[in-house]
Design a binder for this molecule. Sequence first.
Ligand SMILES: [Mn+2]
Length: 341
Amino acid sequence: MSKTAVCQVIASGKKIILATHIRPDGDALGSTFGLAHLLMMLGKEVLCYLEQPITGVYSFLTSNIPIETDFDRVLAFANFAEQSGDGLVAVALDCGDLGRLGDNGNALICLSPFLVIDHHQGNKGFGDLHWIEPHRSSTGEMIYDLAEELGVADTLSQEAAQCLYTAIVTDTGSFRYDSTTSRTFAIAGRLIDQGVTPATVCQRLFDNATFGSLHLTQAVLASLQTYLDQQVAVISLTQKMLEETDTSYEDAEGLVDFPRSVKEVKVAVFLKEGEPGTEQISVSMRAKGDCDVAEVAAQFSGGGHRNAAGCRVLGKTMDEVCAMLIPALEQALLQTASEKK
Ligand SMILES: [Mn+2]
């Protein structure tokens, strides 16, 4: 659907529930909270549902945001909207598939209308209504479009602008990824005009290492293995590393950029052991150039973007996952090479 139609849906509701993907990143939280600010400016009653409270680097985005982690209370909010005749609208942001909405995803999409706003390539659209633009750098960028459409883009609060700027700067790898366009910079520029200080936001986001996270980096980088003539570099994270360095998954975010930054590397892979008892390995792949890792991820029921994709594998060891991925990556690299000819 078009952004004009999205605005009409949003206008129809007085109470709005916002949700995003589990283990939310900067774009997930920035776009969700950015939209929350916009809606509150328009006099809507908003509730942001998150499975877990926010404790880490993104805490600075939460001021004045109504966050609810108790799903029963989210349902009560929805029921009350229905009974009182205030229209209800539920929105999922930056979430590429239903599974990533978390344990209550199935219950969430029963809320109606349920609108999906996203930029993940391969998002087939769950819920009733979809506004999906896979070429956009971030969901945050799309929310800025929405602000324009709703006529509030020039009166954003500094907090709202900061949320959207965070969404954009994190999902573009600080304006470095392929999805970065002149529109991305134009929006970032306007957000700066509305009170965002890029250096302050970047310090909060990127200059917050601890010695624990530095030691975790050391351990993860020590796991480096290369394949296919050094075109593929694999690093791994184990539960033991997290325990020994007293860190969490969040501290490992972005480590895949180290192998990705090596000249010869075309695909960097980050394998993460799941929480104890889950027997799950999560796989993140980051590609440079034309190699389509979303297609590789799709072979293992995952998804994502052409240059950044992932999947989860159950009941296999790290080595088994690797043995499974390398031939698929080899195919993808061969295909890229042949397309170029
Ligand atoms: Mn995103």
